[in-house]
Design a protein around this ligand. Structure first.
Ligand code: NAD
Length: 542
């Protein structure tokens, strides 16, 4: 036991390592890549700390070399869901009663482990399993995850310190940040290892127990990180893993009366179906479940005629094609004035011709493969359609013989309402609409109304009036907006991330706003000298 009001280590964003040719950072990572490529990992469900190998397996393959098996994921079913709910419920009391510093220490230790030997392991598994280049893996699985864990601890301390005023004589008011009255269901997407881990760990930090369903395609990196969390003292039952197809196991999970909350990141359609099912079950729950979801996007870049062509082109190619466009924040619709288009077109085409695409183990590649065959097939058929209907500035083809390779593609459309400018494709395909310079104001309204999403967006302009006008018209068109910068790459503690409209509940991952969703505050009033007479003074006779 101890009596203290502890300070926490001041969080600082984790520096991004360079992995330069010939350096030791690259050498140890390459050794780890080779070792993981030579291993097939069996990934169990984990219920109350017990590893369950169900025998119903799904293979995890390398997107860059799809014949290569990295892992076999053991899928859960009704028995595992039942066991996981029971384990989460039985761990709840002890976990919530631990001093908050003890819970925080587990995640601070985990962050520290990622600065050491675990960094190569999680980067290599993110590279091989999710087809991220070394830089994309480093900024996600290492840096952003470390930032989530360190900043969340500092935010939690700050939230607890925010107490009501205690200046009314004779009374004392306090706020108790209780965890939710039930388990939290965390359902994670394939595309960010950091998000996949933040979804279960943010609610756990503040005292909740969790049932976690990772995406099967990112199961390898998720598994290594769970293993690491256990190695730094995460107790059994606090986070329980049930692997499986969302459509099979999801409904079993949110049919449970003990459901206290849902922490989801993924596509808009899945989130809406979950919300619908939760609504159908609403009378069964012990308490109204908190529903937090960060979902799809159709993120824009809109350039004013005063914009600088080359930096705009860099933003288009980096923003649209890094990680094969599989970031929820990736730009996928671009609005360029006619006067700038020839220069922007030429610069984009030149840069895209230079970009190499291939296996992530060749560090000279800038783009790699899309996540799986389903994504590849979707993009393949979109490219067929775009070759017929649009002007292809660069790219336009896909090759799936060895890996799921879809060329970065920039396509210009004449119709500002073409599906290419409103549908989330989640791949390396971006649409361009060229507008008349005089139509700036009208174009801003077009940007605001063309898609149902509102996640990220960027405005390029050297005219301050134009920037302010865009920020006004597009106020609800993006939860994260950038001025003269690409719309990707939000940093924890600097640009809290999340969007509105069909893009999510905007509960800003990596910010106090998100952690507040996982607590249910209790107000405590204490009266030092309670009254002993029931009558109020106003009742007295004249
Ligand atoms: P997805 O919706 O296909 O899957 C996400 C998770 O939901 C997976 O674990 C999946 O198995 C599960 N799932 C699927 N159907 C389910 C159901 N009926 N019930 C319960 N769970 C179910 O998304 P994805 O392909 O993994 O990720 C890409 C999507 O995620 C894109 O739409 C992208 O924009 C979005 N995304 C958004 C953000 C953000 O912050 N807004 C961040 C990353 C990704």
């Amino acid at each position: 036991m101890y009596a203290s009001i502890a300070n926490v280590p001041p969080p600082v964003n984790e520096p991004v390592r360079a992995y330069l040719p010939g350096g030791s950072e690259r050498a140890t990572l390459e050794a780890e890549l080779a070792s993981q490529a030579g291993t097939v990992v069996e990934i169990p469900c984990v219920v109350g700390g017990k590893r369950i190998y169900t025998g119903r397996v799904r293979e995890v393959t390398m997107p860059c070399e799809h014949g290569h098996i990295l892992a076999r994921v053991h899928l859960g079913g009704p028995a595992e869901v039942e066991g996981a709910v029971a384990a989460a419920e039985s761990a709840r009391h002890d976990w919530a009663m631990l001093p908050w510093e003890a819970r925080a220490a587990i995640f601070l230790r985990a962050a520290d482990q990622l600065t050491g030997p675990w960094r190569d392991r999680v980067n290599a598994s993110t590279m091989l399993g999710q087809a991220k280049t070394v830089h994309q893996a480093e900024i996600d699985a290492a840096c952003e995850l470390i930032d989530f864990w360190r900043f969340n601890v500092a935010y939690y301390r700050q939230m607890m310190a925010e107490q009501p005023p205690a200046h009314t004589p004779g009374t004392w008011n306090r706020t108790d940040l209780r965890p939710l009255d039930g388990f939290v269901l965390a359902v994670s997407p394939f595309n960010f290892t950091s998000i996949a881990l933040n979804l279960p760990t943010a609610p756990a930090l503040v005292g909740n127990t969790v049932l976690w369903k990772p995406a099967t395609t990112s199961a390898l990196s998720c598994w290594y990180l769970f293993d690491m969390l256990e190695s730094v003292g995460l107790p059994p039952g606090v986070i329980n893993i049930v692997n499986g197809d969302g459509g099979d196991v999801g409904p079993l999970m949110y049919a449970r009366p003990e459901l206290g909350g849902v922490h989801f990141t993924g596509s808009t359609g899945v989130f809406q179906s979950m919300w619908h099912d939760i609504g159908t079950n609403i009378a069964r729950y012990r308490a109204y479940p908190r529903i937090v979801g960060e979902t799809g996007g159709k993120d824009f870049i809109v350039a004013h005629p005063s914009a600088e062509a080359r930096s705009l082109a860099v933003a288009i190619v980096r923003g649209s094609f890094e990680y094969q466009g599989q970031k929820c924040s990736a730009s996928s619709r671009v609005y360029v004035p006619r006067s700038l288009w020839p220069a922007v077109r030429a610069a984009c085409a030149e840069m895209m011709a230079e970009m190499k695409q291939g296996d992530v183990r060749d560090f000279s590649n800038f783009v790699a493969a899309v996540i799986d065959q389903r994504a590849f097939r979707k993009h393949h058929s979109w490219l067929e359609r775009l070759r017929a209907e649009t002007e292809i500035v660069s790219g336009g083809h896909a090759h799936g013989e060895t890996g799921w390779y879809v060329q970065p593609t920039l396509a210009r459309v004449d119709d500002p309402h073409h599906d290419l400018l409103s549908t989330e494709l989640f791949g390396p395909i971006a649409g361009v609409f060229v507008y008349e310079d005089a139509d700036w104001a009208q174009t801003l309204r077009l940007v605001d109304t063309t898609s149902p999403y509102a996640l990220t967006g960027a405005v390029f302009s050297n005219d301050r009036y134009a920037v302010e006008e865009a920020l006004g018209v597009l106020r609800h068109a993006a939860g994260n907006v950038y001025i003269n910068d690409k719309p990707t790459g939000a940093v924890v503690g600097q640009q809290p991330f999340g969007g509105g409209r069909s893009s999510g509940t905007n509960d800003k991952a990596g910010a106090p706003a998100n952690l507040m969703r996982w607590v249910s505050p209790r107000s405590i009033k204490e009266t030092f000298s309670p009254p002993t007479d029931w009558r109020y003074p106003f009742l007295g006779a004249r």
